[in-house]
Design a protein around this ligand. Structure first.
Ligand SMILES: NC(=O)C1=CN([C@@H]2O[C@H](COP(=O)(O)OP(=O)(O)OC[C@H]3O[C@@H](n4cnc5c(N)ncnc54)[C@H](O)[C@@H]3O)[C@@H](O)[C@H]2O)C=CC1
Ligand SMILES: CC/C=C\CC(=O)/C=C/C=C\C=C\C=C\[C@@H](O)[C@@H](O)C/C=C\CCC(=O)O
Length: 143
């Protein structure tokens, strides 16, 4: 953020962190991985509302894809159920079948959408094969 910042000679910009649907929706297939992604989601939203980001002219958003056809996904689909509670590969396969698999082009298009709309800040972009791209902010109950 320092070098992007208009306060340090930068032009500002947009930071897009990559989390996962597994960090938003509870699922038994990747609890540890999901925890890390939940952390990325929350950290992004915290930085997005910071005065530092505002003064730097930096937007921050986070992408939460479901399954995407990459080597990591193929390893999971090919029988590595080690991250799954219970290690049930049959359940993993059924889940993948139900959720569907995005292409990397699908995710790239979603990224372009975030970057090209300069009003987007602090948003979560859910990307899933069957539901498409859906922006959400999560409701915050003020204290
Ligand atoms: N594949 C999926 O179903 C989903 C993936 N994600 C997230 O998307 C991100 C990418 O995941 P995949 O492409 O599936 O993983 P992947 O393991 O298939 O590919 C990761 C790529 O990043 C490269 N890489 C690793 N460290 C790097 C670094 N420091 N600098 C530059 N390149 C580096 C690796 O060499 C590899 O080519 C991860 O954060 C993952 O958690 C999120 C949701 C779904
Ligand atoms: C180890 C990481 C592997 C792939 C990367 C990744 O991040 C994949 C995430 C995919 C989707 C997560 C979706 C969560 C969906 C939830 O809403 C529930 O549908 C899951 C709950 C139970 C599973 C049984 C089922 O619904 O079929």
């Amino acid at each position: 953020m320092y070098y992007l910042s208009v306060e340090h000679g930068g032009r500002g910009g947009c930071i897009v962190n990559v989390a996962s649907m597994a960090g938003l929706n509870p699922n038994p297939f990747s609890p540890v991985y999901g925890c890390t992604k939940a952390g990325i989601i929350h950290a992004t939203r915290c930085y997005a509302v910071s005065e530092a980001a505002k003064k730097s002219n930096i937007r921050l958003n986070v992408m939460c894809p479901a399954f995407v056809d990459t080597p990591m996904f193929r390893q999971m689909a090919a029988g590595d159920a080690s991250q799954t509670i219970g290690g049930d590969q049959t359940a993993v396969n059924a889940f993948i079948e139900r959720i569907g698999v995005l292409s990397t082009e699908d995710v790239s298009a979603a990224l372009i959408d975030i970057l090209t709309d300069e009003t987007r800040n602090g948003l979560i972009l859910r990307c899933a094969k069957k539901t498409g791209n859906v922006y959400s902010t999560l409701t915050v109950q003020d204290v």
